[in-house]
Design a protein around this ligand. Structure first.
Ligand code: F6P
Length: 364
């Protein structure tokens, strides 16, 4: 018999992402329709630790007129205390005080670790991937990714105009923490001369310099090089070296948190609504400790623990200093082989995007 939920909480955690509000709205409206009580938890997991004053019983009007708003009306915080057992226990006590018997957590990989901690103490959680980085390995898309990429494209299209006028190069650093997805897809969309991401083991700066020289000599006037922020301490120096070694005047732009704001795109609003409804359905079906993934256009439930292992397994394949997860050994050889194959599939997708970006920007 599936657990009967009466009261659920909803929170947003980690870096905010456009579309989080659309997800909060979908969870709230649908859960209320299904007869549940809904509690908005403000300031992420910090709100659960604080309790009274950070938790509000929601009615339908509490999530009105937010679908088009960037950021998160529930606010967010990176709650370092939530790594300590005493604070997790405090959060569980607060859930019991309010009678909250399930929580929908919206955020990135750190959010899912917090959710899995609450699950350990018997508070079922359903995660919704909300991060502009799109670096939740098990889902094809996370909420905020599409909007962030469109923001980057609009900014770089503007930079290209002025580079064309003045025959300049612009090196642009974009967010994504350790994942290069924003850089990769936007490099294709803006026709960047090159893209630099951690996931590319074959990146060759000398070849980039030569490419700019050849293209400039052939009359090309504008050059854009996109660098993912995960490539540490690289982008600004590259701009200086391009100017020094090619003679092309080179500027530098770090888009930083501009990429995090703005009204969510249609794609993110629809994804958020689909994931919000799916999260409530999973709770009502008695699914616990899973998160909502988009896979080939479908909403599927993925075990949070497995998702964390797969995430670390994939990221450790290209992130300097990141070790594969020890928890991988807890799974059967067959399941481990499936996890590795999934990570190889993700790596192949990145390789294809890199090839498309390079092939369409060839100047040979
Ligand atoms: O995870 C989303 C993200 O925007 C990353 O792309 C970025 O590196 C990080 O958050 C920035 O964190 P903060 O907003 O805490 O500075």
């Amino acid at each position: 018999m599936a657990k009967q939920f009466k009261k659920i909480g909803v929170l947003t955690s980690g870096g905010d992402a456009p579309g989080m509000n659309a997800a909060v709205r979908a969870v709230t409206r649908y859960a209320l329709k299904m007869g549940l009580e809904v509690y908005g938890i403000y300031e992420g997991y910090q709100g659960l630790i604080t309790g009274k004053g950070s938790i509000k019983k929601f009615a339908p009007h509490d999530v009105a007129n937010i679908i088009d708003k960037g950021g998160t009306m529930l606010y967010s915080a990176r709650c370092v205390e939530f790594k300590q057992e005493e604070y997790i226990r405090k959060a569980v006590e607060v859930c019991h005080e309010f009678g909250i018997d399930g929580i929908v957590t919206i955020g990135g990989d750190g959010t899912f670790r917090g959710a899995s901690d609450l699950c350990r103490y018997g508070i079922p959680c359903i995660g919704i991937p909300g991060t502009i980085d799109n670096d939740i390995t098990c889902t094809d898309n996370s909420i905020g990714y599409d909007t962030a990429m469109n923001t980057v494209v609009e900014a770089i299209d503007r930079l290209r105009d002025t580079c064309e006028s003045h025959a300049r190069c612009n090196v642009v650093e974009v967010m994504g923490r350790n994942a290069g997805y924003i850089a990769l897809e936007t490099s294709i969309a803006v026709g960047a001369t090159a893209v630099v991401v951690l996931e590319d083991p074959n990146y060759d700066e000398a070849a980039l310099i030569e490419k700019i020289k050849v293209a400039r000599a052939a009359g090309k006037r504008n050059f854009v090089v996109i660098v993912a922020e995960g490539v540490d301490n690289y982008s600004e120096g590259l701009a200086k070296r391009i100017q020094a070694e090619t003679g092309v005047e080179t500027k530098f732009a770090r888009l930083a948190h501009i990429v995090r704001g703005g009204s969510p795109s249609l794609a993110d609003r629809v994804l958020a609504a689909r994931m919000g409804v799916a999260a409530v359905d999973f709770l009502l079906e008695g699914k616990e400790n899973v998160f909502v993934c988009e896979r080939d256009g479908e909403m599927v439930a993925t075990d949070i623990q497995e998702a964390i292992v797969i995430d670390k397994l994939y990221k450790s394949s290209f992130t300097p200093g990141m070790e594969p997860p020890a928890a991988l050994a807890n799974y059967s050889p067959e399941r481990q082989a499936e996890m590795k194959a999934f990570c190889e599939m993700r790596a192949a997708e990145v390789k294809e995007l890199l090839a498309i970006s390079e092939n369409c920007a060839s100047y040979k």
